[in-house]
Each structure stands twice: as structure tokens, then as C-alpha cells.
Design a protein around this ligand. Sequence first.
Ligand SMILES: [Zn+2]
Length: 677
Amino acid sequence: MALSVALLSAQSGARSGIHPEDMDTTCKACTDFWRYVNGGWLQKNPIPADKASWGTFGVLRDADRERIRTILEASESDTGVKAASDRRKIGDLYASCMDTATIDARGVIPLQADFDRIAAIQSLQDLNAVLVGFQMTPRPAMSGLGSAVVGVFRLDAVQDRKRPERMIAGISAGSSIFSLPDRDYYFRDDEKSKEIRAAFLEHAAKLLELAGTPSAAAQNQAKAVLSFETAVAESVMTIADRRDPEKTYHPMDLAGLRTLAPNFDWALLLHEAGLPESTPVNVSEPELLKKLNEELTGTPLGTWKVWLRWRTLQIAAPSLGKAFDAEAFHFNGAVLSGAKEQTARWETCANVVDRDLGDALGKAYVEKYFPAQAKRRMSVLVENLRAAMREELQQSTWMQPETKRNAIQKLNALEVQIGYPDRWEGYTSVPIDRKTYFENVRAAWSFAQHYDLAKVGKPVDKTDWTMTPPTVNAYSSFAEVKVVFPAGILQPPYFDMKADDAANYGAIGAVIGHEMGHQFDDGGSKYDAKGAMNNWWTAADRREFDKRTACVVEQFNTLDVGDGLHHNGKQVLGEALGDLGGISVAYKAYRKSLGGKKGPVLDGFTADQRFFIAYARVWGTQYRAEAMRLQLNTNAHPLDQYRAIATLQNMPEFQKAFQCRPEDAMTRPAAQQCALW
Ligand SMILES: [Zn+2]
């Protein structure tokens, strides 16, 4: 049967892996476990001026950026490296980003060609051609800045959800098409939302002025932008709906696209994207394409031109000179997230290289910072979690044998990738020049888009990652049936090779369990062992599963997070289920690893206590008020604090470890405790 290996360290003499000095034991564990574990640290570490939130995750991420900086500064000054090599390219991109004098001197010149093309639009045909052109250079996401495209949708390569072995084209919206963070920002009528829209009008007018538009015209244009986007936003799905793979699956052919939006030149789009007209396309939001169709002829060309010029400017602003970059920060960083100061230039540039030449940097990063040993130990840990989850599914009291069999088959099929991808992307064809920062970035965006679209029509390549190796995060892909743990997250306090097992199971173990759990969350559970969207549940089991997940929706809907604010339970459901399933399976795996023995008492805490302390430590992040609102409104992840509190409120093993009573805040009444399996 399943292995039980003492895996990470010799148990004797290992450090505890927890930090009693960072705890606040004046707060009772059973009253607020998050504060009990993190209170001391939070007291000593106020949020830095350039951050919107600060805690465990941020500290690790900052340390990680310092490592990247070391690599980039060495690459930048090492001019002996071959011209077309990856090393040279990351050094040159970094150097061009750091050369703010040249960037400032060029002002808005890098956008002139785009502005000219937009200004020359005289017909629907011209408008189509410009919209198609912008699809080839979407901006990828980077810390604090989402992905963005100039247009009303974005085109990508996606797996066909019913036939996951093949890649097709996908048309979606997400938040990429908006100037504000998401659709609801255009409609909410509370005071905060009104303030944000007013701040947006000022911001847009200011940026437009910086680009040469006279003041009065800039103010009118800002209003036109807001009203155009408000009209489009009405036809865009909510975040909660976008998370449902069934609601966003509408495969069609060119004729189908033409029926939805005859005014758009779909043939031109496919041609420019290098795709044959026979390519199947999944349209996530058909209503949006109908809206696009209306607007193409219903909105005057003059308004379209204003909007296109604005979006070009807005998306480019963080890559332009100081005045533009500072204004972009003012809105995205200060107004929306509450940060007080801009990130140091070197850090921004490190983020840009990670975003735009991720594999070249990642390769250098893992060579220098990721020991092969870490990959081996992590593999053992993952397999122990998988074994514990298999038992958990087998022992479920409510699932029928047929559903159990299918669930276990899926769990067995799950592929695990650790540290870095098996194949590295090369950047030979991306031109990088030390004097042209903006063009470098654009070339990288264009490269990434062409690379992505070239996958259409081909079999799925599971060696492709959507996170770079230095990323402090992990992800789960439903259609690829895989979980990925980049090297960046395999460091303390998540993963500490020198620490006792309890802390490692509580921290990285819960992260592994979380990613595995996603495969069985409200979305993941709709995909089978092959990654196809295919119902493998009996009707009765699905009903029971939905009842159990509704418990978590209700928990987050009703949880008061201060200022009268709440989570949207449906929006955060997948993440909350990942957390709940993850901590539960990590705990079982830890107990199995002890093989019936009792774990040691270290630093005055039992093994079970340390397991839960390590878990809550991972979520030791506090937010500025603005960042908290932004997260509640736009993020599928609950606030970190409640990832610890709400999850543990459902864990009898936690309540036992700290002897919490039924009336304590950290104990949900027995009848309301949520459990999955
Ligand atoms: Zn997750």
C-alpha cells in the first residue's frame, strides 16, 4: 500500500520550522489563530510604502527579486557574452529598462506609429484592420498589472475542453479589455466605486494630456472612454460566471463567428494570426461578440478612435518615460491598491525581464538557486500527499463506488512538474537593443503571442508552463491534468529542507494539497482523467458534492471581513475548496508519515500544533484598505487572513490540537462545518 516515508529530514535535530518570536500569544489561538501565529511579525513589519500588501508571500517574493537582480546585473555588465544568446538578451533588456534617461527623452515617440494608424481610420474596414493588428501584441500580466489588449476581446490558443489533446483558438475577455479592473467597476453605485470612476476620469485626462492632447479635449475624451466601456461592460460575464467551464464553452467555426458578429472581419483576424479559416474557435462569451458587432457600426468612428488611442496609451504607459509611468502608478498603484510609492526601478525591471524573457531568466535562476535535491524531496512529498488523498477518496462515506473509481483514476493520472519546465523556450528571434526599451518589450509581447498562436492545430504540449521558474506560486491545469510547482515557491517558509516534517507538511504540503484539490473543485471536478470536460459523477453524488461546496459559499458570503465587506462566495469557491481539501489531505499525509509514532515536541509546541502554525504562517499577509477592496472585487482568492481562519474553522483536528471549545470563534458549529470527502 501507500508509502510512509520520513521524507524531508532526519527527524532528530531538525529545526522546528516555525517562528515563536513572530507569534502573538496574547491573542488566543482559538479566538483568532491568524493573529496568534502572525501578530508579532505584523506588529514589527508595517506595510512598506511601495507595497499594497505585505506578509510572508511578499517577503519571499522580495528576496526572490534580489536573486533575479544579481543575475541581471551580472548579465548586464558581462558584455563578453555572445550577441544572440539568452544571457545577453536578459542583460540588454534589463539595461534598456534601467536607462531611464533615454526612455524619458523619447517621450511618446514609441507610440507614434500606432497613433498614426488610429488617426487614419476612415471606414469600418480600417477599424477592423487596426483592431486585428492590436491582437498581435497583448500585454502579458505582471505583478500588480493584469494582462491587457487594445480591443474588445482577446485571441489565444486554448485546449479544446471536449477534446483536450488538441489546441484550438479561443476568444475571451476577462479583465484584459477594460481600463478599470473589472466589469462591476462600471456599475456599482456605492461611494467608493463612484470615487474610483471620478479618479479614473482625472487619470485618463492627465495621461492623454501628457501624450499631447489639449486639456479640454482630454477631459471630454476621458468621459467618452468611460461611457464606451460602460456600454461594453454590460455584456461581459461576472468573475463568478467566468469561472464556470460549461458557461464559457461555445466552440464554433468561421461561419459561427460571422453569425455572431458579421461586422467584424474574422477572416482577416485568422489570416493575421497565421491560422487557417477551418480553425475551430471557442468563444467564451458570445454575448460580448454580439455587443462588439453592435458597437462596430453603432458607435461613431470618432469615438472608436478616441478609445483606441486611449487604450494604446494606457497599456503602454508603464513602459514609457517617468511622467507616464508615474501617472499609471498613481491610478493602478495608489488609487486602486493604496500603495504610497512606486516600486524601485530595478525591481520593476526585474519583473519585466521575468515577464518578457521568462525562460531565459528562469534557466539562469534554477542553475544558480535550485538544488536538484529539492526536486527529489518535493517529489516524495507530492507522492505522499497523493497517497493520502487516494485513501481519503476511498474512505469517503457518501460517494458511490463508480464515482470514487473515476475520482481515483483522475488522481492517479495527475502529472506533477517541479522547479522548471523540461523544455526551455528560446528567444533567438526577439530583437533586443539597449537603447530601445519600448520596442524590446513590444517585440517580446509579439513573440509571446505568435508563439502562443502557433500552438493552434497542434497536439497539447505539457512542457509549456504558464508561470516562470522564479515565480513564488503554483498552479493546477484542469485540461492538462497537471500541477506545477515553480522553483520560486520551494523555499522557506513554504519548504525548508532543514526543518522538521510537521512544518513542511503544514506549509508546502498544504500548497500541494491545494493544487491537487483544484482538480476536484467546482470547476476541476467537471474534467475527467484525460482532461476532457466530461461528467464522471452519478447524479446523486454530484448533488451531494454541490451541497458540500454550497457550505463553503455560505461561509465566505457571511464572513465579515471588516468595513461591512464580504467575499463573494461563488467567486472564491474554487480557491476556498483547494484550501479546505489541501489542509485536510496534508494533515492526513503528515500523520501517515509518522507511521503511528508521535511527532516530537519542538519550541514548546506539539507536532500537530506546529503543522497548523506553519499553515497559518503562509497566510500572514495584511492589506491596505484599497488593496483589500480590489482583492474582494476582482480576485478568485480569498484574503490571506481568511484562507487561514475560515479553512481552520472547518478542521476538527485543528480544534483538537489547540483544545478549542465549541463556542470559540475558531470553531464553526458542528452542523455548519464544511467537509468535502
Ligand atoms: Zn489556487
